[in-house]
Design a protein around this ligand. Structure first.
Ligand SMILES: [Zn+2]
Ligand SMILES: [Zn+2]
Length: 143
């Protein structure tokens, strides 16, 4: 699978399949996406490769550690590494030909009033208790 920002300067490739996505409804994700939430997944760095445009990435970092990486030219959010882990956050709107489902919504206590969550999904009020277990659950193939 390939992913690209709006202007096409930043390109990346994901190997293997992605089946599960999550939506984060925290205030930071609402502002970063300009919408209800970020729809994303988390993959191991061994499945991820930058193809071009790495030097077109700039970022904004909040004191809490939240980091938003985005394209200098078009402003699309782009993948970034989760703190000092081997995992990469992937904003799914950039990725082409994805056949995956949103399985969990997180930080729903700050969900926008004009958003509604539908379908057979897990709903968490806050962040997952264990980030490690959360990443594992996104990668497991059982639904
Ligand atoms: Zn761009
Ligand atoms: Zn969030």
């Amino acid at each position: 699978m390939k992913g690209t920002c709006n202007c096409g300067s930043i390109n990346f490739k994901i190997s293997g399949s992605i089946t599960k996505l999550y939506q984060c409804h925290c205030k930071l994700c609402q502002k970063q996406s300009g919408s209800t939430s970020n729809t994303a997944t988390i993959i191991h760095e061994s499945s991820f490769k930058w193809l071009s445009g790495f030097d077109s990435i700039t970022n904004w970092k909040k004191d809490s550690g939240f980091t938003s990486d985005f394209c200098k030219t078009c402003g699309s959010p782009v993948p970034n590494r989760l703190r000092d882990t081997h995992f990469i956050w992937i904003p799914m709107g950039l990725v082409e030909n994805v056949d995956a489902k949103v399985v969990v919504h997180i930080c729903c206590e700050s969900k926008a009033k004009w958003d509604s969550i539908q379908g057979n999904v897990s709903i968490l009020d806050g962040m997952p208790e264990s980030v490690d277990d959360f990443i594992k659950s996104l990668q497991s193939s059982d639904m």
